[in-house]
Write a protein that binds this ligand. Structure first.
Ligand code: TTP
Length: 210
């Protein structure tokens, strides 16, 4: 798939770039947007994912506009939130945070929401929220400790990365797997296409699975 228009990915997440590439879409530009990701009081995780995706998109769009580079561009942003019930888990930066998250997730089901926000070249703002349910096995002390030692949890919502070692913790998953990794591919491609982003289906000469 190759694009006829320009696509800006408002993200600094290497996972999101890789996921887009997996769909055969190469972003023309990366424009990470740093925003305050603190949840509001009693904010629902779904609302948080929606608000933060919009915030990232608007901030990146504003910057592109200031630089005179917004014209003719699609701009895509995303935010992934992990929750147990209404409790929102942090994006783990410290080992203690990761440890607390994993103890909470152990032997239970949780939800992962990714908010998508697309700003079209004509300035329309389109949003989608995608939900995946995941159940983890009960983690032993050894599993928890060795996972923490791996460092794979760093910078990940909920303190784990399903695409790595934590994939072995998953008993059941309902919904989109790529949504958990940070960008739901089915919904992202649908959203782009619905808003007129023209793609060539050229998969025969594409990347392919390795
Ligand atoms: C649950 C889970 C999250 N994650 C990642 C996806 C996101 O990168 C991150 C959640 O943080 P986000 O705030 O959604 O994204 P980010 O800060 O990494 O990137 P940016 O805002 O620049 O786009 O957690 C995984 O990689 N695997 C997982 O299994």
């Amino acid at each position: 798939m190759s694009a006829l228009q320009k696509l800006v990915l408002a993200s600094g997440s290497p996972r999101r770039v890789e996921l887009l590439q997996q769909a055969g879409i190469e972003p023309d530009r990366l424009a990470p947007a740093d925003i305050d990701e603190t949840p509001l009081k009693s904010e629902h995780p779904r609302s948080l994912a929606r608000r933060l995706a919009l915030g990232k998109a608007e901030k990146a769009h504003e910057r592109l506009t200031q630089d005179g580079e917004a014209e003719g561009h699609y701009l895509l942003a995303a935010d992934t939130v992990v929750s147990v019930g209404r409790r929102i888990l942090p994006k783990a930066e410290m080992v203690d945070e990761a440890s607390n998250c994993l103890q909470l997730l152990s032997g239970r089901a949780h939800r992962v929401y990714t908010g998508l926000c697309l700003i079209t070249p004509s300035g329309k703002v389109r949003q989608r929220i995608v939900e995946t349910r995941v159940r983890f096995k009960r983690l032993s002390h050894e599993e928890l400790e060795s996972y923490l030692a791996s460092g794979e949890w760093r910078g990940k919502a909920g303190g784990y990365a399903i695409q790595g070692l934590a994939g072995t913790f998953v008993v059941k998953l309902v919904g989109s797997y790529t949504n958990v990794v940070g960008l739901p591919l089915y919904e992202t491609v649908n959203l782009l296409v619905a808003e007129g982003y023209k793609v060539h289906f050229n998969w025969l000469s594409g990347l392919g699975a390795r």
